[in-house]
Ligand binder design. Structure first.
Ligand SMILES: [Ca+2]
Ligand SMILES: [Ca+2]
Length: 66
């Protein structure tokens, strides 16, 4: 399994195969760097390539391996 998929599974807490802005907020809280939902949504939008408003494993991989 690729490293980014392990990372993805850690972030995707509801296991629906997509990282939502809410999950990003939770991740940053865990990392001790809390962000607002608006900031998380902006981050999701930046990585989102197919325009569904969420990050899938491929989109995260494209970001991490860029
Ligand atoms: Ca999810
Ligand atoms: Ca997407």
């Amino acid at each position: 399994m690729d490293d980014y998929k392990i990372t993805f599974d850690l972030i995707d807490t509801d296991k629906d195969g997509r990282i939502s802005a809410e999950e990003l907020v939770r991740l940053m809280e865990v990392l001790g760097r809390p962000i607002t939902l608006d900031a998380a949504q902006a981050g999701v939008d930046r990585l989102d390539r197919d325009g569904d408003g969420r990050i899938d494993a491929e989109e995260l991989g494209a970001f991490l391996t860029a």
